[in-house]
Design a protein around this ligand. Structure first.
Ligand SMILES: [Zn+2]
Ligand SMILES: [Zn+2]
Length: 49
């Protein structure tokens, strides 16, 4: 199971892409976070979107 990088809930419907900053982590965004443009903080310090 994947966990959303924004809201930390288990996700089924999501998009994933490499972290734009470190290019190593994978960003997972669920449908509701995309819709509400919820922000997320990665371990490298990148804050999205
Ligand atoms: Zn989410
Ligand atoms: Zn990163």
């Amino acid at each position: 199971m994947k966990t959303c990088s924004g809201c930390n809930t288990l996700v089924v419907d999501f998009v994933q892409f490499k972290c734009p900053k470190c290019r190593e982590e994978t960003v997972i965004r669920c449908a509701s976070c995309r819709k509400s443009a919820n922000s997320y903080i990665m371990e490298c310090g990148f804050v999205g979107p």
